[in-house]
Design a protein around this ligand. Sequence first.
Ligand code: HEC
Length: 162
Amino acid sequence: MKRIVIIAMSMLAIAIAGSTIHPFGRVTRAAGSDSPPMDPETAALIDRACASCHTERTVWPWYGYLAPVSWMLEKDVTEARARMNLSRWGRYTAAEQEVLLSAIGAAVRTGEMPPSRYQMLHPEAKLSPAERQHIYQWTKVENRRIRAGRPPSPVSLTAPRQ
Ligand code: HEC
């Protein structure tokens, strides 16, 4: 019994010590946000299903503070933001935005994003087929707008017909 307590205490100490190091990068949370122009429904869907990894508004879960879970989450978020940071949208060139929008469209249509491991812990991040279609439509409208060089307007952001 005493031995189990000692082992448990050591494991906890290691987990706490480990959480102070960040082998895969430290995740910060920014107040401001420079996100792409979105209609409110798309914004709500992205917020629900993508924001924790692809924006700087990551909501850290209670189980995410101790190592090695903290490392896994930091790796995921660091990688996701490096690929596509929706809080720094203005820093991408128009060409990069077009490529990313197409990638978002593909990721939601194939169901590749959000990752299934994330959906298991975050059932609220699951997207229905209609919701996936909505995000996809937005990527198409937004891409067309960028290509035409039009400024964002509420009209250009309303869900289109094909
Ligand atoms: C649990 C964290 C997580 C969530 C939530 C998440 N992603 Fe990702 N995403 C990643 C990671 C990690 C990568 C990079 C590795 C990979 O492609 O699997 C990535 C890659 C991508 C890419 C590829 C970017 C490129 O370089 O082409 C796109 C697009 C993308 N995600 C879109 C989305 C969308 C849209 C959502 C919401 C519907 C979403 N992701 C939700 C973690 C996440």
